[in-house]
Design a protein around this ligand. Structure first.
Ligand code: HEM
Length: 209
């Protein structure tokens, strides 16, 4: 771990720190008992929202690189994706631990009974292979093409995340609708470019997450 490594990974470390701030605020609030009348609900909502925001930010990297002339964004794609997974893991952990107290039977029933839980689980499960294969070693092992094919699961993760949110709100669908609209726009930006762009963007093997 020399200076060269530090210089190369500093931007990713700064971005990670910035996006970890919401987590530290939650932890701080939790231990100070200042998260409001229902801390578990507050933690569930914050971690869920950040999972979805970070997933959409990850999906925004490619269109922004191509259309907005921001090629350097690619070095943050893996960082953003891993942060999304990390918040997803915390969100799931909040449910398993603080909401259901490790009652696996009840959770099994819950997953089958409440369709929004089914969708959330699907979104999370779609992110697992992406996080596991996010390293340079896995890009090499799967080959650029195979890796890209596998990583199309990110669309499923994002779509299922939006559906999860849509199904859980009681009446005011404005928030999930906004996330859905952003996802639709990002997908459109991709489709539009595909026809004109000759080679697909290479997979970045730089950066550390
Ligand atoms: C791993 C399986 C998951 C479970 C068991 C789960 C469970 C939950 C629960 C119980 C709530 C609160 C519902 C309520 O207040 O009535 C919630 C909210 C939410 N979840 Fe999940 N979730 C999962 C995965 C995900 C994933 C992967 C995402 C993002 C892609 C996500 C995004 C959200 C959002 C945005 C909310 C609403 C936040 C708000 O109301 O402000 N969830 N989830």
């Amino acid at each position: 771990m020399g200076m060269a490594v530090l210089r190369k990974t500093l931007p990713q470390m700064l971005v990670s720190s910035a996006f970890l701030a919401p987590l530290f605020l939650l932890l701080y609030g939790f231990f100070r008992d200042s998260l409001g009348p229902n801390p578990v609900e507050k933690i569930t909502h914050e971690t869920g929202q950040w999972t979805l925001r970070l997933l959409l930010a990850t999906l925004a990297v490619t269109p922004l690189r191509r259309c907005a002339g921001m090629p350097w964004l690619i070095r943050f794609r893996r960082t953003l994706g891993l942060l999304a997974f990390f918040y997803g893991l915390l969100h799931l952990l909040t449910y398993v631990w603080l909401d259901q107290f490790f009652d696996w039977k009840a959770m099994g029933r819950d997953i089958l009974k409440r369709r929004f839980i089914t969708a959330g689980m699907m979104s999370f499960l779609a992110m697992v292979p992406l996080a596991l294969t996010s390293t340079r070693g896995w890009i090499v092992r799967l080959g650029g093409k195979g890796w890209q094919r596998l990583h199309r699961l990110v669309y499923l993760a994002a779509a299922a995340g939006v559906v999860h949110f849509w199904w859980l709100v009681k009446s005011d669908i404005r928030e999930p609708a906004l996330y859905g609209a952003v996802l639709a726009l990002l997908m459109l930006a991709r489709l539009k470019k595909k026809g004109r762009q000759a080679p697909r963007a290479p997979v970045s093997t730089s950066g550390s997450g």
